[in-house]
Design a protein around this ligand. Structure first.
Ligand code: GLA
Length: 359
């Protein structure tokens, strides 16, 4: 009886504290969400997912996302997007250019010739408004008309809630002019816990028969190519490192996995994106989404120059991302699901990350 009372109290607790200040002096709240199974920390700066503590097969809790201990860490790194909410447009837009209703817009480029994750000052670099909701917190950011070249005043909401073993992220947005958007979370997972090893020994299954091959600048060619018979076929669980160095053009262009997969499920309803297990810790992550795609990225650009949380040096392949999303460069591909949002419409998107163990 007493145990039941205690576990009821432990469910759905949300605590706010001040984490620190940005360089311009803005106070940044951080929220700690706890359920019986998980502890999650999310920050109003960049609406970052800062920490996720999950149990291993022995019940030992450890952090399973890469990141920094301080806001300064996040503020001084505008390249890796650890745990960030990326927007307005996650992933790349070719040459930073697109056309809506005959008018061409230019996003400042920040990744070779292309725009990445919304341009040089994306959603990851703002302090969002925060308010508590049942089991979590909702962050709101208003991006003014013309911000980073995008049309329309865009009001974006990102809601993190914790339900038992599942972290849920709900995104919604409205605009006052026709625009494009693709908002996602860029968490790097490391299921071993506390960033203890690279992720090459993990097994991943991705629920996709097709992917979107790219050119050398990682811009989709427009083709939806079958994964069958290639090293990007993850329809059955495969060890991440087993084929990562295969002699296969799409892997060579990206220096590993950095590909958008066309999910088999129905867009708009929650469907399986991917399942990853770490055989050593036993931790298992199941990702479901309402989005049509997922970018599986194996931290190919981590190069040992970053020291993250726990004083760990993040070398190549130290984390993997599963960025649930619309496809990269959709505004320039009529055959991809549309990323346009018009006044009067509301964009809704949901992704869930469930943590369990295999023994
Ligand atoms: C995305 C991209 C990668 C890389 C990272 C950020 O996942 O697909 O190519 O730019 O963001 O480092």
């Amino acid at each position: 009886m007493i145990a039941a009372v205690f576990s009821a109290v432990a469910q759905g607790e949300v605590k706010m504290s001040t984490w620190g200040h940005t360089a311009d002096g803005t106070a940044v709240p951080i929220y700690t969400l706890t359920s019986g199974q998980l502890e999650v920390r999310v920050s109003a700066y960049g609406a970052h997912l800062v920490s996720v503590k999950a149990p291993d097969k022995a019940g030992k809790m450890a952090d399973v996302v890469l990141g920094y201990d301080t806001i300064e860490g996040y503020q001084s790194d505008t390249k890796t997007y650890f745990g960030a909410v990326v927007g307005r447009y996650g992933n790349r837009i070719a040459l930073g250019k697109f056309t809506i209703d005959g008018k061409t817009y230019q996003i400042p480029v920040n990744n070779g010739a292309n725009a990445l994750h919304g341009g040089p000052k994306g959603f990851d670099q703002y302090v969002w408004q925060a308010h508590e909701v049942p089991d979590g917190v909702e962050f709101t950011h208003v991006s003014p008309d013309g911000d980073m070249g995008f049309p329309g005043t865009l009001t974006a909401h990102v809601r993190y809630t914790l339900h038992g073993d599942t972290l849920r992220i709900d995104y919604s947005a409205t605009t006052d002019k026709a625009t494009v958007l693709n908002i996602t979370n860029h968490a790097y997972f490391n299921l071993r816990g506390d960033d203890a090893a690279d992720i090459l020994g993990d097994k991943i299954e991705i629920n996709a028969d097709k992917f979107t091959p790219t050119d050398a600048g990682l811009i989709p060619t427009g083709e939806l190519a079958p994964v069958a018979g290639t090293p990007v076929d993850f329809r059955k669980p495969e060890v991440i490192g087993a084929r990562i160095n295969a002699d296969y053009e799409p892997l060579k262009l990206a220096g590993g996995y950095d590909h958008n997969f066309v999910l088999n499920g129905k867009m708009g309803t929650l469907h399986l994106a991917a399942i990853v297990t770490d055989p050593i810790s036993g931790r298992k992550l199941t990702v479901e989404t309402t989005e049509p795609g997922v970018q599986f990225y194996t931290g190919n650009f981590l190069d040992g120059t970053i020291t993250g949380r726990h004083g760990v040096v993040y070398a190549k392949n130290w984390g993997f991302c599963l960025e649930t999303q619309h496809f990269p460069d959709s505004p320039n591909h009529k055959n991809f699901p549309s990323t346009e949002l018009k006044p009067g419409e509301t964009m809704h998107s949901t992704t869930t990350f469930a943590f369990s163990v295999v023994k």
